[in-house]
Design a protein around this ligand. Structure first.
Ligand code: C5P
Length: 321
């Protein structure tokens, strides 16, 4: 039995890094948004045992270092099933790109494997498995617009918003997420040295929390969400949300800051680094504006794709193919 699934990527609409925790993770607050760029995964279940990963991209690990492998192992054990699982990953999303590609692949594996064996893991168990494998996995069990807190693994569905045109720039460099968090800690330590008090990042978290509260209360004010003059996602980004990783990633890779400026010059209403990068995205008021910007950026030599955000229902429809 072979099941094919499409694993869609995410972007981060604002990301605030809080205190470093004793377990080695950092508190964070972010809004995740799924987008239409995706990889394709084929999951086959056969007689026997063991997990095999096939992928033509040499940067994708074939062993237990692969998030798909780790999820498949946990799903088989949770369902008490002994089978051989073959995972074929057709990679289009950037590796170490901040679009959550590996995490999305893992959740697509979970959903596809459940279908292939005709059995489902209990809902809370699904979230446990996802969070155990990585902070960025649980969001893909929700899809659409998702509030992320804790170390990013506590996820809450936000209202489903109409899609908005988006342009994604994928520079060639890969950014290590643990490396970016470590750089953030060094920056905080250096800044604390020149201050009388240390806020451990909580002030900036509170600030984003307030902007989100104001945006959500306006969103739920009674007027229908669809058919508004302005896409509610543009109202959110106008509230002044930022991605803290830009402060450490842009100085190290100046071409990424260049990419953000190029998106804004090309007409983006908002542009930002996604996660710890290296991907940058811009949100556009219209599809034609996004297509035009993508063409202009390609001419300037950027690797670029015009796409759209994926509301929850569209995300699940694509995942199940
Ligand atoms: O959870 P995940 O495996 O994606 O995290 C990879 C690494 O990124 C962690 O080991 C940690 O160093 C860093 N991280 C962090 N704080 C988070 C998420 C990840 O410090 N909230």
């Amino acid at each position: 039995m072979t099941v094919t699934v499409r694993s869609s990527a995410k972007i981060n609409l604002g990301l605030r890094i809080g205190a470093a925790r004793s377990d080695g993770f950092h508190e964070l607050l972010t809004v995740y948004q799924t987008i239409a760029l995706h990889d394709v995964i084929r999951i086959s279940v056969e007689r026997g045992d063991g997990i095999e990963i096939r992928c033509s991209d040499p940067r994708v690990p074939r062993d237990e270092a692969n998030t798909c492998w780790r999820v498949a192992e946990r799903v088989l054990s949770a369902l008490k099933i002994k089978k051989r699982v073959v995972l074929e990953i057709e990679k289009s999303l950037p590796v170490q790109g901040g679009l959550g590609g590996a995490s999305a692949n893992a959740v697509a594996t979970l959903v596809g494997l459940e279908r292939a064996v005709g059995k489902k893991v209990a809902p809370a168990e699904r979230f446990r498995i996802a969070a155990e494998v990585g902070s960025d996995l649980p969001l893909f069990l929700v899809g659409g617009t998702v509030l992320g807190s804790g170390r990013g693994e506590q996820v809450f569905p936000l209202p489903d918003l109409p899609p908005i045109a988006c342009v994604v720039v994928t520079p060639k460099v890969g950014v290590s997420t643990p490396g970016a968090f470590a750089a953030w800690d060094r920056l905080q330590a250096a800044q604390a040295g020149s201050k009388l008090t240390v806020d451990a990042g909580s002030d900036r978290m509170i600030e984003l929390g307030r902007a989100l509260s104001a945006w959500l209360s306006e969103l739920y004010s009674g007027a229908p969400i669809r058919g508004r003059a302005e896409n509610p996602l543009l109202a959110l980004v106008r509230a002044g949300i930022e991605n803290d990783f830009e402060q450490v990633v842009f100085p190290e890779y100046p071409e990424l800051g260049e990419g953000k400026r190029a998106l804004l010059r090309a007409g983006a209403k908002y542009a930002s680094l996604s996660g710890s990068g290296s991907t940058l995205y811009g949100l556009f008021a219209s599809k034609t504006g996004a297509m035009r910007a993508a063409a202009a950026l390609a001419k300037q030599g950027w690797a670029v794709e015009a796409t759209t955000t994926l509301p929850r229902r569209a995300y699940w429809k694509r995942l199940q193919k």
